[in-house]
Each structure stands twice: as structure tokens, then as C-alpha cells.
Ligand binder design. Sequence first.
Ligand SMILES: Nc1nc2c(c(=O)[nH]1)N[C@H]1C(S)=C(S)[C@@H](COP(=O)(O)OP(=O)(O)OC[C@H]3O[C@@H](n4cnc5c(=O)[nH]c(N)nc54)[C@H](O)[C@@H]3O)O[C@H]1N2
Ligand SMILES: Nc1nc2c(c(=O)[nH]1)N[C@H]1C(S)=C(S)[C@@H](COP(=O)(O)OP(=O)(O)OC[C@H]3O[C@@H](n4cnc5c(=O)[nH]c(N)nc54)[C@H](O)[C@@H]3O)O[C@H]1N2
Ligand code: SF4
Ligand SMILES: [Mo]
Length: 775
Amino acid sequence: MYTSTTNRRSFIKKMAVLSAMTAAATMFPGIMFAGEQEKNLPKGGNLDWKKAPCRFCGVGCGVLVGIENGKAVAVKGDPKSPVNKGLCCVKGYHSVMAMYGKDRLTKPLVKKNGKYVETSMKEALDLIASKMKETIKDHGKDSVSIYGSGQWTIPDGYVASKLFKGCIGTNNVEANARLCMASAVTGFLTSFGIDEPMGCYEDIDHADVFVLWGNNMAEMHPVLFSRLLDQRLKRGVKIIDFATRTTRTSMAADKSILFLPQTDLAVANAICYEIIKNGWVNKSFVEKHCNFNKGLTNMGYGLEDKYKFKDKPEKISFQDYKKFLEDYTPEKVEKISGVSAKDIKYMAAYYGDPNKKVMSLWCMGPNQHSRGTWMNNLIYNIHLLTGKISTPGNSPFSLTGQPSACGTVREVGTLTHKLPHGVVMNKEHREFAAKIWDVPVENIDPKPTYHTVEMFRALDRGDIRFMWIQVTNPMVTMPKLKRYRDAAKKEGRFIVVSDVYPTPTTDIADVILPSAMWIEREGMYGNSERRTQYFEQMIQPPGEAMSDTWQLIEVAKRLGYEKQFYYNEDTHIEEIYTEYRKHHDNKKHNMAPLEVLKENPGMQWPYVEGKPTQWRFNSKYDPACSNGEDFHFYGKKDGKAIIWQRPYEPAAEEPDAEYPYWLNTGRVVEHWHTGSMTRRIPVLHKAMPHSYVELNPEDAKRMQIKNGDKVKLTTRRGEIILPASVNQRGVPAPMQVFVPFFDENMLINDITLDSFCPISKEPDYKKCAVKVEKA
Ligand SMILES: Nc1nc2c(c(=O)[nH]1)N[C@H]1C(S)=C(S)[C@@H](COP(=O)(O)OP(=O)(O)OC[C@H]3O[C@@H](n4cnc5c(=O)[nH]c(N)nc54)[C@H](O)[C@@H]3O)O[C@H]1N2
Ligand SMILES: Nc1nc2c(c(=O)[nH]1)N[C@H]1C(S)=C(S)[C@@H](COP(=O)(O)OP(=O)(O)OC[C@H]3O[C@@H](n4cnc5c(=O)[nH]c(N)nc54)[C@H](O)[C@@H]3O)O[C@H]1N2
Ligand code: SF4
Ligand SMILES: [Mo]
């Protein structure tokens, strides 16, 4: 059991004061260096330090958690971790406090006559199982669904997929990574035929130039960003921030280049135009290793229910591609994008210089984009044309957001069309999974059902009647939220929410299950660089809180799947991981055994003959290469990567006379997403107590809005009032505003748009049209 309330409060207070002092003393905002981390350790304590991956972002820092009398009381960066080499950021440093908020959920709650009533875990699980049975009987197997998370551990996602896809036989399995990494996945699949980055963080130590394609790395991937800054001190590397808004990242960069929202498509094509025009194409690489394709255009934006799209790839010649790029001369693109032809040529010259190694980094800018798959393809085009790929320092690197978006969603395959090793549409993949899951192959449905936005639309229509939500807070994070909140509240819907705190999502639940969090249970996460990291259970969860994995196993057994869910309570995590590894038992994806994970600060896959693979597709490093050449893009049948012809197309909703501004949304360094955890960490909450709308100073002046004044934002979906932020942390370009989404009291998603990339189905949270007025 965890600490008593009084102890906990005084502990949190003490930590808050101490850490506020150190945070202010750090050289770089948000980073905690080793010396500073040590200064705050409880005096005279006898801490037992245990290793874990950080709870928060996809960087996946290795941390050491200090345990004293059954409580987690301190965190420091693990000097042995090659990811962070002893550093950690403010979120990681304070992460243990997120487990000790005073309103932690400790008992199951069941809604009876509009009120939540405490019940036992056994009764709550019985109720969930009987509701599922009843719903399947009355409405068919595709009326029950699970909506999970990139913050699920690998075992959580694995048992969810096995239960729903393998046993119940519905592909109604989705995760919040659809809102986050889906475009990265379809980008990889279309360009290379296989998911996840070819390179690794060590690329940072070799690259000469870093181009950030619309991500605020200083705030969102702070420890990795500090590695870039460190290389600049040591080797004078260049950092270019190519973005729509001036952020801390832009301020720290050597050069900040601003473009108009959505026009990154045009600029990327202009860079390719320059590369070809100036003879910077790596001809032998392109001839040996690349094909050229075009796909359908004018794809739409997914705004209507049951929207379907299937691309029709067609081979084209290099000459066709060259001709297509004539529409994208730097001079023409300057007019669309607001980026000067000179700056476009400046970026192209770095990519084109054979003596410069270039690392491109991106996250939500290119992914949450109505042409997100295309944006990912276009960045790969630049690296493929110049042959700057899969070698140390030459690296198109798609950063992931959540601690296990790669590990649990992409690798375990917790998306409607996916299986751990492949896709539901493929007969061999189904047979392979069914054998490991010990279910009849006919159980696995060959047809994908709903991607996330469509899953909530199906709940609204009544096609879905039961939804289990774990480790995600969709009633804050879904776009065009009002529709989906109303949907969840409709008669005849049954919603189960597993969480650690009350949230707007537990507010719409019929059953709330208290979950064990992070090191209160055992598990694994997989980070951006294909590193799988294990953590043991270090402390007891509060009250009746239970791991998400075990909740699912208990329900699976009640549904009659004892044979498939044979796991032993004491050893189930090991059993599940060992079973899971069988899905990836090949040179392209083999995962390290548990003993290796336990001994090391994580291990990268493919893990082949006792060694991790750092650079995939390069025969010098990757044992899966088998074509006898220097490179082998083995994700594609002919071993060649694809350079895609992808045009510029406008956003789903662009500013007009009535709604003249762009609305952009995102995050801040202090808070994790919906703030459910970080707002319960006093020092972080104090540093960033509520949301705001950032305005460009010129716009603010014209509207006579001062910092702190109330501002009304209106879109076609509704309105919201927020305090203005002028000349504070970030500065949007003229006629654009920015709002973070961490504050459940100012739900910006009530007014965002649910348009998505037709290929990835990832919503574009970065763009819609908004009216801005002084309130
Ligand atoms: N402190 C903290 N760290 C986090 C998180 C957190 O909540 N808090 N969340 C984690 C998660 S899950 C994620 S996904 C990442 C997100 O990490 P980021 O992607 O870095 O963060 P965001 O604030 O979502 O997006 C900011 C960027 O979107 C760009 N952008 C806006 N419009 C466009 C456009 O049209 N094109 C392009 N190319 N760029 C555009 C802006 O230029 C800006 O740099 O952060 C992870 N790390
Ligand atoms: N407007 C706007 N909206 C966005 C985005 C944006 O840029 N703009 N970004 C999107 C992106 S990239 C992402 S990744 C999503 C993130 O969206 P969400 O996943 O919805 O947000 P989180 O706050 O991370 O939700 C995690 C929940 O899990 C709970 N929790 C913590 N630990 C545990 C545990 O061990 N077990 C259980 N069961 N629960 C636990 C937390 O209290 C919290 O309620 O938001 C998306 N929404
Ligand atoms: S950078 Fe990310 S993984 Fe590292 S300590 Fe911070 S939140 Fe944790
Ligand atoms: Mo994300």
C-alpha cells in the first residue's frame, strides 16, 4: 500500500519546492543534468534504485527509480542508457509523483441510476463480461470494441488483440496512436513496405545537419534535442527548424524557416526539384534501389461517415517525375508557401551536398496532416534521391510520441487491420497468428472494421454498442469532440474505462476500473528507435487497482477463453512476452529474449544472433539484407524503395472571410497530453496552470488584445473562451493562433475538425479555420 495522505502531501510539497529551484537553475529549460538530479535526493534515505524506461514520451529515456519503504520517491537518468546517458527532462524527473495524486482511483465504480457506486473488482469484471456476451448476442461480434493506447505496455496490447481479434473474432481494436503515428506507419509502408525507422539515435552523433520538419523538439523530445545541442557545441552541426510557428525549438535552432500551414507539401517537392536540377541525384543509388510511383489525387478529407479510400499506385518513369516537379520551382513555391526561394535553395543545398550527412526529424506536423502519408513519402523522396539513408548520420527519422506507440501499437499491431506479424487481410498472416494464439483460423476476420474516428462514429450510429477504453482519454483528445461525447452518452451504449484518475472520459463510463500504473506492475515499452525496454513491478498499486493486462485476462476467462488465457498470475508477463516473440521470429524483426531485456537498458530489434541492428536495409549492419548489394529494401518484393509523386493539395478547411485565422493545436513541455497525470504534479501544474491561446503580436495589437485578456475562438463546430498569450513562449505567424490541449476545463477539441489523411486515417489537428475576437 502506498503512503498515508499526510505523508504524501508533505512529500509532494517538499519535492515541489526543491524541484522548482533546480528547474530554474538548469542551463536548458526542461533538462535535468546529473549533478542537479542528485541534489534533490531525500537526505539520509536509503534508496533502492531500480531501472525502468520513463513513463512519458517516445524518446524512451532509461531512468532509475528510487524506492524507499515501498514508495517511489525519486527519479534520475540512467547513465548506462545509450538513449539519454544520465539525463532526464522535467517530466521524467517528477514522474513518480504522478502516481500519488490524492484522487487516485482505487476501487471499481459502477454507474447505477446516474450515480457511481463502489463495487468489488470481481463484481465489476463479472458485469463487464456479461455485458460483452449480451451485446455480442444481440448485435453481433462487431458491436464490441476496444480502444487502447501507445501508453499500453506490450503485454496489455498483446492480450487485447488476442482477445478481440483471435477469440471474439472482431477487428474492432484501435489505439490512440491512430491520432499520432498512423501517417508515419503508412509513410513507411508505402515507401519501404515495412514499418519503423531504419536508423537510430546514434545518427545524431554522426549527422552534420538536422532538419526539423514541423516538430517542437525542445519541448516534446527534450532529451534528444539536448543531444543535438550537445553535438553543436562539440562539432558545430547546423539545426534548421522548418515550422509554422516560432517555438523554443526555433529559438534554439541556427535557422528558423516559417511556412504557411499545409504548404510543406510544396516545399518538399521544390527541394526535390532543386536536387534534380542541380545534378545532386545519387544516380547509382536511385538506379539500383528505387522505383517511381504515382497514386490517386484529390482524395478528399474523410469528413463524411463510412468514407472509404484506396490508393491506386502506378509506376512512372524518372522523366515523368521530373516533369511533374516543374510545377514546384522554388520561385513558384515561394508564392504558395511564404518561404523564400532562397531559403528553399538553402535547404536543398544541404541535402544535395555529398559531403554533408543530413538527419531529418519530424513528429506531429507532418503526421497530423490531411496529406500526412504524402508528407512522410516526400521526406523519404529527398533522402532516396540523394542516397542519404540507412547509413550513420544520414537518416530520415520519424519520431514517435508515446512511450510504446512503436512497441505496443505498431509492433503488436493494435490497429483494426493489423496482426503482430502482418495484416488481417493476408491469409498466411492469419494462419500464423491463429496458430500462436491457439484459435481456429476462421476466428480472425479478414476484413478490417473501423479506424479510430470511424469507430467513434460507429458508436454514434449504434453500430458499436460496447467500448472498453484503456490508458487513453478520448473525451479530451478526439477531434470534433462534441459529436463523440454525445455519442458515448447515448442510450444503449456501454462504456468501460480503465484509468488511474477521474477524467472527462471516466465521466461518460458505465464502469470505471482502477488501473495499476507504470512501475506498480511489470511490463515493456518500445521506443522510437526500435528499443524494447523492460520494467519490473517496484511498488504495490493502491487499493484494488489492477494492471490493464490482468483486467483483460480476467474478462477473457469469464468469456470462456481459459485455454488461450492460461497465464499464471505471478509469471504472466514473462509468458506473454515469450509467446509474443514467436510472432516476430525472423531476421527482419526478431526481438531480444526477456533475460536480455532484464540485463540491459533495452535492446533494439531486429535482434539477430545476440546482436541488435542499428541500421536496417544496409547490408553492412543488417543481417536481413540478402540481395548481395550494398542496400536492400526488403520490405518491398523487388527490394526497391519507392519515390512517390505526391502533389500539393489544400487543407480540408482553409481560412475564409468568416473564419479568417488558422487554428493550430499541440502541447507544452510541462504537461503530458490531457494533463491527467502532470497536473497532479504540483511543480508542473504550477508552472503551467491553465490553457491559453497564443496570438501573433501584430494581430493582438490590431484587435487590442493584451496578454491575459479573454479571447473568443469560433469555428464551424462551436466556440470557446481562453486567455490570450502574447509574446510569451511561442509566437504564431500572422493570422494563425495556437492552443495547447492539456486543459480539460478548456476543451479545444470541441471546436477542431475531424478531417483525416485518407490513407492513414490520422486526423489533422493542426489545421482548421477560426474566427478570433476579444471576448
Ligand atoms: N511535454 C510533452 N512532450 C510530449 C508530449 C506531451 O504531451 N508533452 N506528447 C508526446 C506525443 S504523443 C507526441 S505525438 C509528440 C508531439 O510532438 P510535436 O509534434 O513536436 O508537438 P506538437 O505540439 O503536437 O506539434 C508542433 C509542431 O507542429 C507543426 N505544424 C503545424 N502545422 C504544420 C503543417 O502544416 N505542416 C508541418 N510540417 N508542421 C506543422 C508546428 O510547426 C510545430 O512545430 O510529443 C511527445 N512528447
Ligand atoms: N487538439 C489536439 N488533440 C490531440 C493532439 C493534438 O496535437 N491536438 N494529439 C493527439 C495525439 S498525437 C495523441 S498521442 C493523443 C493522446 O491522447 P490520450 O491518450 O487520450 O491522452 P493521455 O492524457 O495520454 O491519456 C492517457 C490516459 O491514461 C491514464 N493512465 C495513465 N497511466 C495509466 C495506466 O497504467 N493504465 C490506465 N488504464 N490508464 C492510465 C491517464 O490518467 C490518462 O487519462 O491526443 C491526440 N489529440
Ligand atoms: S525526454 Fe521523454 S522519455 Fe526522456 S525523461 Fe523526458 S519525458 Fe521521459
Ligand atoms: Mo502522440
